[in-house]
Design a protein around this ligand. Structure first.
Ligand code: CAA
Length: 261
């Protein structure tokens, strides 16, 4: 696929995905969503990538939402279809078998906040702003906001943000647990890359199985969740990397040579 609105760069074991429509503050239209889906499929297949950073181009926005120009004249059926497309792509990102860090330079509104929430970890610059302004446009959030926001910040805060459409700054987003970390604008990508590198140094299969156990476990009762954990834990003992990690500890070696096997 020819990528026009999404950039994909790979360096060593880390991929950087950039939503690249800066003139529209990286608003997500159907074409951009489809390109993002293609990029996710590429990353699913690429065994050399151990962590992903997702960001927005131009410095002003992560993503300022779904594309309002495209949505304006939709009918009910088309609106539902657009939501299904966004939800499909974001869910695929959430299920990607490698951690995804959202590096958020500026606006993360509507579909942008929803995209950040489909990532595993969110790092924001101090200029970032978050919100679900959809009710002010006469719509509900449509790319997962009614579901993921409550799961991340709790139902009361999610309802307040969605009902009022208010926009909050990075420090407030940090206070309510919507973001993991706030950095200066200049340090944002360095922080995201440092975290991605720290993740990429761990045993990739153990990281992948941890992600799946956390994500699956959050949706079910604690006993079922703990059985997922036991399954994941057991599976690790069939890997070469478990032998490598534990042998290195016992032999007091600081260097570990994980092979993703
Ligand atoms: N869709 C389409 N275009 C958008 C956009 C969006 N979500 N957000 C910004 N743009 C465009 C603007 O129309 C403008 O284009 P032109 O230069 O051609 O006029 C350009 O990006 C720059 O934006 P502004 O001039 O508005 O920049 P600003 O600094 O004055 O304001 C902003 C920035 C507060 C983020 C403002 O652009 C804004 O409010 N954007 C919309 C935010 C929003 O409501 N997002 C939710 C969308 S609905 C949604 O996402 C549904 C869902 O859940 C799936």
């Amino acid at each position: 696929m020819e990528l026009k609105n999404v950039l994909l760069e790979k360096e060593e074991n880390i991929a950087v995905v950039t939503i690249n429509r800066p003139k529209a503050l990286n608003a997500l239209n159907s074409d951009t969503l489809k390109e993002l889906e293609w990029v996710i499929a590429d990353l699913e297949e690429d065994d050399s990538i151990y962590a992903v950073i997702l960001t927005g181009a131009g410095g002003k926005a992560f993503v300022a939402g779904a594309d309002i120009t495209e949505m304006k004249d939709l009918n009910a059926l088309q609106g539902r279809k657009f939501s299904i497309l966004g939800n499909r792509v974001f869910r695929r990102l959430e299920l990607l078998e490698k951690p995804v860090i959202a590096a958020i330079p500026g606006f993360a509104l509507g579909g942008g906040c929803e995209l950040a929430m489909a990532c595993d970890i969110r790092i924001a610059s101090e200029k970032a702003k978050f919100g679900q302004p959809e009710t002010g446009l006469g719509i509900t959030p449509g790319f997962g906001g009614t579901q993921r926001l409550a799961r991340i910040v709790g139902m009361g805060r999610a309802k307040e943000l969605i009902y009022t459409g208010s926009v909050i700054k990075a420090d407030e987003a940090y206070r309510i647990g919507l973001v993991n970390k706030v950095t200066t604008v200049e340090e944002l990508m360095n922080e995201a890359k440092a975290m991605a590198s720290a993740i990429a140094k761990q045993a990739p299969i153990a990281v992948k199985l941890s992600k799946a156990a956390i994500n699956r476990g959050m949706q079910v009762d604690i006993d079922t969740a703990l059985s997922y954990e036991a399954e994941a834990f057991g599976e690790c003992f069939s890997t070469e990397d478990q032998k490598e990690g534990m042998t290195a500890f016992v032999e007091k070696k600081s260097e570990k040579n994980f092979q993703n096997k």
